[in-house]
Design a binder for this molecule. Structure first.
Ligand code: ADP
Ligand code: MG
Length: 242
């Protein structure tokens, strides 16, 4: 297990600088939230971690391995990262087990090992009994759990989540938070979890990176963030401003 490091990462789209000199060092096995208002650059950071976007300058490293710099770009499929995005599209014509097992095909994992991996992944999200159903026969929350199972079936070192609960109602969000905790406990993967919802970040993460206009405002535990927000903007953002 290796540390995930962003060193002076900048991202520019034509004239617009979207991420400005970002430095983060994420301990293996930790649950980190990237928190900030809409448009602050959270998804862009996640897309660079996933390998969908190169960095404009700076470097992303996973342990000793350089994933992205001006000279180098390791493609998504060579990173062994799991991903769940807001639109967690499942294949409608495939069963739950087939959807979950799909990433194994790309990794050429077959037979007994494939069956066992699917079973394990479904047990983490408590959907062992739903393996043969189609997505249309599931509730929204169950579909989201299938997407979670699919993201962990390859046993990734790092799992990236982009606002995975944004489309769910409040009741379901609370249930899903418990699922995320169980997921983290079971997989021991490093989790980078993007959200604009401070209560979600506070309740799930062990460390939070607060971002504003492409810059890191504060890196802290939920408790530190709540007790000592670094500036007035942040105090207001987390609901502690007067
Ligand atoms: P967040 O996820 O925090 O809402 P994003 O990372 O999606 O923020 O976007 C940050 C900024 O980057 C926004 O101003 C957005 O318009 C811009 N942006 C994101 N992706 C692109 C792109 N492919 N081309 C141009 N601008 C982009
Ligand atoms: Mg976003």
């Amino acid at each position: 297990m290796a540390r995930l490091i962003l060193h002076n990462v900048c991202k520019q789209f034509s004239e617009q600088r979207v991420i400005n000199n970002l430095n983060l060092s994420i301990e293996p096995g930790s649950f980190v939230a990237l928190l900030g208002p809409s448009g602050c650059g959270k998804s862009t950071i996640l897309r660079m971690l996933a390998g969908f976007e190169p960095v404009s300058s700076g470097e992303i490293r996973h342990g000793e391995r350089c994933l992205s710099s001006e000279q180098q770009h390791v493609p998504t499929e060579a990173r062994n990262f799991g991903m769940v995005f807001q639109s967690y599209a499942l294949w409608p014509h495939m069963t739950v087990a087939e959807n979950v097992g799909y990433p194994l095909k790309i990794k050429k994992i077959k037979g007994v090992e494939k069956e066992q991996r699917i079973k394990d992944a479904l047990s983490v999200v408590e959907l062992e009994d739903y393996a043969n159903r189609l997505p249309s026969q599931l509730s929204g929350g169950q579909r989201q759990r299938v997407a979670l199972a699919r993201s962990l079936v390859t046993e990734p070192d790092v799992v990236l989540f982009d606002e995975p609960l944004a489309n769910l109602d409040r009741h379901l969000r609370a249930t899903m938070e418990a699922t995320f905790r169980a997921f983290h406990k079971r997989t021991k993967a490093t989790i980078v979890y993007v959200t604009h919802d401070q209560s979600e970040a506070m309740s799930l993460a062990d460390h939070i990176a607060v971002l504003h206009k492409g810059q890191l405002v504060q890196w802290a535990t939920p408790e530190e963030l709540y007790n000592t927000p670094k500036n007035t903007w942040l105090a207001n953002f987390i609901g502690r401003g007067s």
